[in-house]
Design a binder for this molecule. Structure first.
Ligand SMILES: [Fe+2]
Length: 107
């Protein structure tokens, strides 16, 4: 697979995944408001986004047998934990992140 194609697929996977979660959350909110049919509609759209995301992930070759998927999940969690530890133990990074958050919150 060409690098550009891979990058596009990764970006598409990210977008589809976010859309999936967004529509599930919208469905939850509609449910809370007693709008059951709207909630069903959002869940149907969320499922479509899930299928799109799944297809992109498969095309990227990132869905293996369960043993491989478990390893990938462990590595993903390990990397996230490592980033959290780095974030917590590096004061300068904390300052930069805080400044970035403050800048974003003013827009
Ligand atoms: Fe989609």
């Amino acid at each position: 697979m060409k690098k550009m194609t891979e990058e596009f697929l990764k970006a598409a996977f990210s977008g589809e995944s976010q859309a999936h979660m967004k529509y599930l959350i919208f469905a939850e909110k509609a449910e809370e408001e007693g709008l059951k049919n709207i909630a069903r509609l959002f869940r149907a759209i969320a499922y479509a986004e899930y299928v799109h995301a799944r297809n992109h992930l498969k095309e990227l070759g990132m869905v293996g047998v369960t043993k491989d998927n478990l390893q990938a999940a462990i590595e993903g969690r390990h990397m996230k934990l490592k980033r959290c530890i780095q974030f917590i133990t590096t004061p300068q990074r904390c300052k930069v992140k805080r400044e970035q958050r403050e800048a974003l919150s003013t827009h």
